[in-house]
Write a protein that binds this ligand. Structure first.
Ligand SMILES: CC(C)(COP(=O)(O)OP(=O)(O)OC[C@H]1O[C@@H](n2cnc3c(N)ncnc32)[C@H](O)[C@@H]1OP(=O)(O)O)[C@@H](O)C(=O)NCCC(=O)NCCS
Length: 392
């Protein structure tokens, strides 16, 4: 039977929603329909078998700020294949087509939350650990402020939500953010609530909340005072326990540990660098800034990184990175004064929390060589604030 992969059209909407309800969850149908029927930058794909829709996935734009540089990227959602057509390579073919489209749009980083191990098959790695969760048991009293106005966000609040999120991410080293039209889908979502707190009409905090099987998950927390967060949590918590995702680099990160119990989170976001050379080149201002902050503004050095399948080099002159050039993989980069990091650690090295020196401890194919201190400065441990559509 002929298989094909193509962009979705409006006449596919019913079939896509039916497929998602059958393969994922009842609630995914209305969520997908809302996006498919909305304007905006969604890149939906379908796989067909003899003309019948057998699989689907959606890509939407996300910006990633790394230090002082923001680069275009995306996240992938709604991946599913009908049981009857599973195991025939439909999702692999969808990823091939969607990845070509990502390259045409110039996107440099892609991230996903989802099926364990599966996306490693498509070049994704577990790049960023998900922060801890604060568990607030039912009945625990939280600080509140009765003067706050609390309301579910509407489309009129999109810019207020965006400003609150930007404020919360100010001190993160790496931050993912959504364009306004993607943020509008979140605000209109039938499954996720966006709740804003205002004091004298000025937005002072927000959360996004998701309820499933009586449990409430709260994320994208913005609050500069405990009573703002307490009031927002009371508004969304219902009668049961609440799990609140930490945001260590945000103002709420300072006091959230005093609410309830902290629970370790062992989940991680998948990430993939779509074009290593282009991303490294885009990050030159961030590298210059990191060298300057480390007192290396007079550094002159021939920098080289091999991923064993490709290599990247640049002249650093007086602390300023020259253009990054690409070449073939170098098997023994340390003997040539460079460093070796395998290709499937590029996302972890660039947007991950741990930094290259920590990766060197755990991965036998990371070699930093004589430029170890420079690599540590360029790829340090970082505060990372990744936002995603669904709670991980
Ligand atoms: C998981 C799922 C998307 C796979 O779709 P599919 O069309 O059968 O996948 P493909 O046939 O294209 O498989 C691609 C590759 O992944 C492998 N694979 C398939 N399912 C896998 C799984 N669950 N875990 C790991 N590898 C898997 C295949 O063997 C294949 O390997 P190869 O190309 O190297 O031979 C599909 O089974 C599904 O819809 N599952 C339920 C929906 C779901 O959980 N969606 C995610 C929500 S976040």
């Amino acid at each position: 039977m002929t298989m094909d992969v193509r962009p979705a059209t409006s006449s596919d909407i019913n079939a896509i929603c039916e497929l998602l309800v059958g393969r994922l969850d009842e609630e995914d149908g209305p969520e997908a329909r809302m996006i498919l029927e909305a304007d905006g930058p969604h890149d939906w794909w379908v796989g067909t078998v003899a003309g019948e829709i057998g699989s689907t996935m959606m890509v939407h734009p996300v910006s990633y700020r790394i230090g002082s540089v923001t680069v275009p990227g995306n996240q992938v959602e709604f991946v599913a294949t009908h049981e009857r057509f599973a195991g025939r390579g439909l999702v692999r073919r969808q990823f091939e087509a969607a990845t070509d489209a990502m390259a045409r749009r110039g996107e440099l980083i892609s991230m996903i939350v989802g099926i364990p191990y599966f996306y490693r098959r498509f070049g994704y790695e577990y790049a960023v650990s998900v922060p801890d969760v604060q568990v607030i048991r039912a009945g625990i009293e939280l600080p509140t402020d009765e003067t706050l106005g609390l309301a579910d966000a509407t489309l009129d609040d999109v810019s207020a939500v965006q400003q609150l999120q930007a404020l919360a991410q100010e001190s993160a080293d790496v931050a993912a953010s959504f364009p306004d039209d993607v943020r509008s889908w979140f605000v209109e979502s039938p499954n996720y609530r966006t709740m804003i707190a205002r004091r004298a009409d000025i937005p002072v905090g927000m959360v996004r909340a998701y309820e499933h099987d009586g449990e409430v998950w709260v994320f994208e927390v913005v609050a500069s005072q405990p009573e703002v967060l307490g009031s927002l949590l009371n508004a969304v918590r219902g009668g049961g326990d609440v799990g609140v995702l930490h945001r260590p680099a945000s103002p709420a990160g300072v006091f959230i540990g005093s609410f309830g119990e902290t629970s370790d989170n062992t989940e991680a976001y998948y990430g993939k660098v779509l074009d290593v050379a282009a991303l490294l080149n885009a990050l030159r201002p961030t590298f210059d800034q990191r060298l300057a902050e480390a007192g290396l503004d007079d550094l002159t050095h021939t920098w080289m990184l091999s991923t064993y399948v490709a290599s990247y080099g640049a002249e650093i002159v007086n602390g300023a990175f020259g253009p990054i050039t690409s070449g073939p993989g170098i098997q023994a980069p340390v003997s040539k004064g460079g460093s070796g990091v395998p290709p499937d650690l590029m996302a972890t090295m660039i947007v991950g929390r741990d930094g290259i020196t920590e990766l060197n401890r755990w991965h036998g194919d990371v070699y930093l060589g004589r430029q170890a201190a420079i690599m540590d400065t360029l790829f340090p441990p970082q505060e990372v604030d990744i936002l995603t559509w669904i709670v991980p």
